[in-house]
Design a protein around this ligand. Structure first.
Ligand code: HEM
Length: 214
């Protein structure tokens, strides 16, 4: 397990390597979406400029839809997932509980995002932000939305799981101190301390130390 971590030479923080890879791929996917949405922004901007009026009506609405979805949904959510993994692992000195789940979530989001962009750019889903009834776009577009949403929700669930792991690891670390204190001072275990060993809970450990100061 120990080799799955490295220490950041700049901040001194412990970095879980599988989490680091997932943070990177989600951040890169976010920037790719930002670039696609940004390029579409420039093209629709040049169309709105009366002197240039670059695109015809059909392509204007295709790119307007792609711009809105990539800028408002895809880029932001990919980046949020990267941020959630960073916060729940690196900042909390923690590991990601199930990197494979992280990869499943990422692949679902990438495949969903690809379906969305493909259907929009080939003109099968020029629906702007109306992804609801009467469902005029191609079924592949709605499948893309569902896959992206399921992937994002899986990643968010994974983030909460990482918080639970972080809390328990901290409890276990605190219990290690507790046990060494008990051994050093040869004292019998208080019932709340015993409970705190089974269910790591910082408040119980603190209460134990407060009532058993030697
Ligand atoms: C993260 C940043 C951005 C977000 C979240 C965003 C989001 C949006 C959304 C939701 C729309 C409306 C789409 C629709 O009607 O279906 C829109 C339209 C538009 N955006 Fe952006 N946008 C962003 C950045 C930019 C940038 C940097 C530019 C310029 C280079 C730009 C240029 C435009 C233009 C020209 C329109 C069309 C306005 C119209 O014709 O009414 N956007 N944007």
């Amino acid at each position: 397990m120990a080799e799955q971590f490295r220490t950041c030479p700049t901040t001194g923080l412990k970095v879980h390597l599988p989490a680091e890879t997932l943070i990177k791929v989600n951040a890169v996917a976010a920037v790719v979406c930002l670039l696609v949405g940004g390029l579409a922004a420039l093209l629709i901007l040049l169309t709105r400029w009366p002197a240039i009026h670059l695109l015809d009506e059909e392509w204007f609405y295709r790119l307007l839809t792609a711009h809105a979805l990539d800028m408002l949904i895809a880029w932001i959510i990919f980046f949020e997932v990267a941020g959630l993994y960073f916060g729940s692992t690196v900042l909390l000195n923690n590991r990601l509980p199930a990197p494979k789940v992280g990869w499943v979530a990422f692949i679902l989001m990438v495949v969903g995002g690809a379906f969305i962009n493909y259907t929009v750019l080939v003109g099968q889903a020029t629906v702007a932000f109306t992804s609801y009834v009467p469902l005029k776009a191609s079924p592949l577009y709605y499948l893309g939305i569902i896959l992206f949403a399921v992937g994002a929700l899986t990643a968010i669930g994974h983030f909460f799981a990482a918080l639970v792991v972080a809390k328990n690891l901290r409890g276990i670390a605190a219990n290690r101190h507790l046990w060494s204190h008990v051994r050093r001072n040869n004292c019998s275990l208080h019932s709340s301390a015993r409970r705190s060993f089974l269910y790591p809970d910082l408040s119980l450990v603190c209460r134990y130390f407060a009532t058993h100061r030697s």
